[in-house]
Design a protein around this ligand. Structure first.
Ligand code: NI
Length: 168
């Protein structure tokens, strides 16, 4: 197992669209283990493969308090969304220190493959629904700050680039 490094906004690689996984093989299972370790180490509640510069449709999520409820979504697809929207203060491991309100459908139905390669469907609400939508956005090359105003996006970009220079 390995803790992978996480791409930071505004890295252009965060905007690549991930490819579907053809087969849930040992390579994919290793990726999932490394992604889970990276997410728990951060710590975070979700991670998309895009964030570790692997452009395949794989997401790990654990929204439990006790951090013992790992959920794996391979090739996840939202098949239904509620008409009512809810606003939630989101953050992202690729945009450390930035939190802002994003409105999304309150409930979603998601179809995906599990680690065993078998399809499953879940209905999610609350934090899990927010998280799944946020992570699927990553697979589509979208970072949550893109929901914010231009002005805020520019400010975040400047702040992140400045932080990057200080580390380098
Ligand atoms: Ni994120």
């Amino acid at each position: 197992m390995a803790v992978l490094s996480i791409l930071k906004y505004p890295d252009p690689r965060l905007h690549r669209v991930a490819e579907p996984v053809r087969e849930v093989d040992e390579e994919v299972r290793t990726l999932v283990r490394d992604m889970a370790e990276t997410m728990y180490a951060a710590p975070g509640v979700g991670l998309a493969a895009t964030q570790v510069d692997v452009h395949r449709r794989v997401v790990v999520i654990d929204v439990s308090e006790t951090k013992d409820d790992l959920k794996v979504f391979i090739n996840p697809e939202i098949v239904a969304s509620s008409e009512d929207y809810k606003s939630y203060e989101e953050g992202c491991l690729s945009v450390p220190g930035v939190y802002d309100e994003v409105e999304r459908p309150d409930r979603v139905t998601v179809r995906a493959l599990g680690l065993d390669g078998q399809p499953f469907t879940i209905e999610a609400s609350g934090l899990l629904a927010v998280c799944i939508q946020h992570e699927i956005d990553h697979l589509n090359g979208r970072v949550f700050v893109q929901y914010l105003s231009r002005l805020k996006q520019n400010r975040i970009r400047t702040r992140m680039l400045k932080a990057e220079r200080q580390v380098a």
